[in-house]
Design a protein around this ligand. Structure first.
Ligand code: SF4
Length: 272
């Protein structure tokens, strides 16, 4: 039996957590830059054509994958393309259309409620401020920041489950556990102009390499910068098998990804 060639494997040591705030900011910005090389095409992974579609898709994405939402929304938006249409819909028909995303009764209440509020309070347009967006049913800071950052060019940090896990547990940027406090700490570490892109890069990394249960440390391009290197699989060959989406050679989450996406588009519902 061939002996394992230890010398061929890269020797990576866990990075130390910097003792000062300045040091931690420097480390965090370095990770951000390196992730830019790994995911130069990072983008929101919900399909949308306009602010209303992104708002509804983001509400539907709670407790499910973006892929599932992307496979569900084409039929929904074909039938109800505007807030006026969705506000006047038959709730049972909406429930049936969005059933695959789970929690479909509550989500129907939210998307119909927010459509009514858009019509009644905002002239049928999606508002452009966080304060106004969070007045809509089912819309919290996270959803508001997704919309602001991706359709209105207003920088926003999206603290979802991946973002929390990576910046808190894996990279130790903060010990805070509440999303709003994490958002505030991270906002202080980066220039405002980088907030939306930072969110994309971190979430991309969490979905492809730094997974919740089996992080692929041995195939991670930022391993040398990470204070948690070794919490996951370190054998490069085994780690490579854990990679997802385009990094593993699989389809992505969007049926209509941006033109620079190097992976394979996701398949429509019913074809997989
Ligand atoms: S995959 Fe491992 S090395 Fe890479 S960021 Fe996550 S914990 Fe760190």
């Amino acid at each position: 039996m061939a002996e394992r060639d230890e010398a061929a494997e890269p020797v990576i040591k866990r990075a130390k957590v910097a003792p000062t705030r300045t040091g931690r900011v420097r480390q965090a910005r370095r990770i951000y830059r390196e992730l830019g090389d790994v995911y130069p095409y990072a983008h929101p992974e919900l399909d949308f054509e306009n602010p209303f579609e992104l708002l509804v898709a983001t509400v539907l994405s709670a407790q499910t994958t973006d892929l599932r939402v992307n496979q569900t929304t084409p039929a929904l938006f074909a039938k109800y393309p505007t807030p006026e249409d969705l506000a006047a819909a038959n709730p049972e028909e909406v429930e049936e259309l969005i059933r695959p995303t789970g929690f479909f009764r509550a989500k129907t209440r939210s998307i119909m409620g927010l459509s009514k509020a858009l019509v009644e309070n905002f002239g049928g347009e999606v508002p452009r401020t966080l304060e106004e967006l969070v007045t809509l049913p089912g819309v919290g800071r996270k959803t508001a920041n997704v919309v602001l950052g991706n359709v209105f060019g207003v920088p926003g940090i999206t603290v979802d489950t991946h973002f929390q896990r990576l910046v808190r547990e894996r990279w130790k940027w903060t010990a805070e556990s509440e999303p709003e406090k994490i958002e505030a700490v991270v906002a202080e570490m980066f220039p405002r102009k980088d907030w939306t892109e930072l969110s994309h890069r971190v979430i991309f990394h969490g979905r492809r390499i730094c997974h919740a249960r089996k992080p692929a440390c041995g195939a991670c391009p930022i391993a040398a910068l990470c204070p948690s290197y070794g919490v996951g699989e370190t054998d490069p060959e085994k780690a490579r098998k854990l990679l997802k989406y385009e990094k593993g050679g699989f389809p992505g989450q969007r049926l209509k990804p941006p033109p620079d996406y190097p992976g394979i588009p996701a398949a429509p519902q019913g074809t997989v």
